[in-house]
Design a protein around this ligand. Sequence first.
Ligand SMILES: Cc1ncc(COP(=O)(O)O)c(C=O)c1O
Length: 477
Amino acid sequence: MELVKSQQLLSKIATNDKHGENSPYFDGWKAYERNPFHPTKNPQGVIQMGLAENQLCFDLIEEWIRNNPKSSICTPEGVHQFRNIANFQDYHGLQEFRNAMANFMSKVRGGRVRFDPDRILMSGGATGANELIMFCLADPGDAFMIPTPFYPGFVRDLCWRTGVQLIPVHCDSSNNFKITREALEVAYKKAKEDNINVKGLIITNPSNPLGTTLEKDTLKSLVSFINEKSIHLVCDEIYAATMFSSPTFVSVSELIQEMEDCNRDLIHVIYSLSKDMGFPGFRIGIVYSFNDQVVNCGRKMSSFGLVSSQTQHMLASMLSDEKFVTKFLSQNQTRLKKRHEKFSKGLEEVNITQLPSNAGLFCWMNLKSLLEETTFEAELKLWHVIIHEVKLNVSPGSSFNCSEPGWFRVCFANMDDEAVDVALSRIRAFVGKETKKPVALKRWQENLRLSFSSRRLDETVISPHSSIPKSPLVPAT
Ligand SMILES: Cc1ncc(COP(=O)(O)O)c(C=O)c1O
């Protein structure tokens, strides 16, 4: 009764559940929030490994801020700029911010491509930028194709308010989740048969959750595909600088310089400073479109999600500091590499394999051998044990719409080394128990006092949502 009433009072968007947040991906965050790990205050708490945040280089940013008090309007050195900046609300953004952003985007891509500051549109993080580009390219009911597995937030960002639907392009581990021309054709053909208007293909490169970059040839084949079908290609490059190993990341913006036949009106890049600089709170999202009409219309839409002028002002200054940016990017890579190696080694020691990766803030971990059976139900069951007993918030593959059970994404850059040690010790103890193999004790296992009960837990006890989340996807075979 209450539900019916609120559905009459509120809009369809407010009362539908197409935000996609009813998923273990978000439930895991809630479990963490209820009982967050702290090394001394709550050592038995849940360790947050479901959050793709980069906290490895905050010291460098803090040092820069201390050395550059003029860049803030909230310091005696910078307050003379206060009135100008506080008043500024032009949806084009501060010219110096767009210039600095364009240069930074180029630097991140090895200087192999230049960006035009006049094509840079602002939005509230990549979240807002992805929605903005959907509003520009698609009408309610239209569809975007998307390779699986993909970032769970896309359901909210791309679909919820726009009414756009997603068509999965199924990729699997038989070829390390490569996007093949065949898979694209199958998904496209099925959508056409179902009378769905396909407006484009969206990819994340480097990939979340895979932590891999697209090979140049694969990217080329995607660009050819969308050109042949005359549909858009949106490339979310939010992890462009979050690289720790070869091969080098190739941006679509770089590739199309070599592809003379490419219709550039179809190409759009999404960017953000949430991952590469570790600033998710600043909400700096960018749409970079090669299409003039999209730039025009998107600029007006920027009004809904402007980056605060105070933030623009400070970042214009920080990103224009070439010396600092060079050092930051290089240190970021070094520290990521080290952290990835540390975490991977820990997994290797207990024979947990992962997809070989070269980018991102996470590993795509293969726990198939720990499933009771090869089903998504078994995957969720294992996930419940990991979150409630091992007390690690990792994210199950089903929440990324992975087509194969047993994969889990585990983030490793949002914590300090000590927390990684505790997480690894918990993994060792858990895997040791599951496989009945004795686990060699390590120094850091002193912290480990968790006890694991039987995996055959009562569903009603273990689950806030005891069934597999409903897929928001349009099924395609
Ligand atoms: C692929 C991808 N796109 C977009 C986002 C959203 O980023 P932002 O914090 O900039 O809104 C994320 C965040 O995890 C992401 O992984």
